[in-house]
Design a protein around this ligand. Structure first.
Ligand code: SF4
Length: 406
């Protein structure tokens, strides 16, 4: 049985990044970053559209020179999502990005250090009502803080860096802020965010920086981000992967959906882990199904199960699924058998039925078939498999008997 759980979220202030609310009661948003040269307007826009399609609510682009700023001026009006300009060392690039019309800036306090420059950027952002993310990064901590804390990057130094930057902003009456305190070490990142959330109600942007390529990068990012979200900490998230950024957006979206923090948008594909009973290569068919559904906006849970003996029962909570048996695929909707198809048509059938259910609903899908006939066919293949493999195909009972007789 599926258990609906919700994580209560810490109360933060709300800011607007263009049309996307961040903080307060707004849904946790997903961010990603382009890898193109921002001056390449068409290439960058194509990537922004791909990221938005994969689930990104907000996209960041680097603004590292004037060509990039000019690119942003052309990209902003054509972007499907609000854009954040990533500013590195030159405060003038922040001013140029504001001229280009971006919805938010990201400043690294370790990089732009002169108070008058920081205040000049904050004043310009204040006048335009554009928020700034204070993006503290463990790898580029302000040298004074690094020395102060014994040449170590510790949570206290990360939080102090964010608070120092915030104090400059406050001096010019600017408070449209969100903060991140990212590190590549998951424990350091978790503790930094915990300490930060204890001292401020500013919305927080979560991430594990330089997490690396998947799958390890996804595991690290998820460990850090999910732990904090489960504590109610975090208003917007980014996976920083050494991969196509579409994977970042997809992972972020999937995490939020898995945690019940966002409505499901795409297929949630579940599959059995396979075992001695499996009648098909479950990994292969599950991957084929993932490819076939891609990023299509069909918010259903779909199951791929290795055998008809246990598959339909184990996946009875799925909206629909398919289980293999005797070279055939047994399709089931809400746990009820609805159709039998040749094994090589399993994936196509899943897609076709998912589209039908998405459009007309499960009741209509069940009404269009002879459930009794499908059930009889499934029963026939189930019994044939049981006869062939026996009840204890994984030899579980035999192993238990062995253990008990020791
Ligand atoms: S019993 Fe069937 S459904 Fe369950 S793991 Fe094995 S093959 Fe998959």
């Amino acid at each position: 049985m599926q258990v609906a759980a919700t994580f209560s979220r810490r109360n933060t202030r709300q800011i607007m990044v263009g049309s996307v609310a961040v903080g307060g009661d707004a849904a946790v948003s997903v961010q990603s970053m382009t890898t193109t040269k921002t001056a390449d307007v068409e290439g960058t826009l194509a990537q922004i559209y791909a990221l938005a399609g994969a689930g990104a609510d907000i996209v960041r682009c680097t603004c590292n020179d004037f060509d990039a700023a000019e690119g942003l001026a052309q990209i902003v009006p054509r972007s499907p999502v609000p854009l954040v300009a990533d500013i590195h060392h030159q405060y003038k690039m922040a001013l140029a990005a504001l001229d280009a019309g971006v919805a938010c800036l990201r400043l690294n306090p370790g990089n732009i250090r002169r108070p008058e420059h920081i205040k000049q950027v904050a004043s310009a952002a204040r006048d335009r009502g554009v928020p700034i993310r204070i993006g503290v990064n463990g790898g580029s901590l302000h040298p004074d803080l690094y020395r102060k804390y014994g040449e170590k990057v510790v949570p206290e130094a990360m939080v102090e860096s964010a608070m120092m930057e915030l104090a400059y902003f406050e001096e010019v009456g600017f408070d449209l802020v969100k903060i991140s305190v990212k590190a590549s070490s998951v424990p350091l990142m978790i503790e930094s965010y915990r300490q930060l959330s204890a001292v401020t109600d500013i919305p927080l942007h979560l991430g594990v920086t330089e997490a690396g390529p998947p799958p390890a990068g996804i595991v690290k990012s998820t460990a850090g981000i999910a732990t904090l979200l489960a504590d109610g900490i975090g208003d917007t998230i980014r996976y920083s992967l050494t991969a196509d950024p579409v994977e970042e957006a997809r992972a972020g979206r999937q995490l939020l959906e898995a945690m019940g923090l966002r409505e499901r948008k795409n297929i949630d594909l579940i599959a059995c882990p396979s075992c001695g009973r499996a009648e098909i290569d479950v990994f292969e068919v599950a991957n084929q199904a993932m490819d076939a559904f891609g990023d299509r906006e069909i918010p259903l849970q779909v199951a791929v199960m290795g055998c008809v003996v246990n598959g339909p029962g184990e996946a009875r909570d799925a909206d629909l699924g398919i289980a293999a048996g005797n070279k055939r695929g047994h399709l089931f909707v809400k746990g009820q058998n609805v159709a039998v198809v040749p094994e090589d048509e399993m994936v196509d059938t899943l897609v076709e039925w998912a589209e039908f259910i998405h459009e007309h609903g499960a009741e209509a899908a069940l009404a269009r078939v002879d459930i009794e006939r499908a059930r009889r066919e499934a029963e026939k293949d189930r019994n044939a498999l049981l006869e062939l493999q026996g009840e204890d195909v994984n030899a579980t009972e035999t192993k238990i008997d062995l253990i008990r007789n020791r």
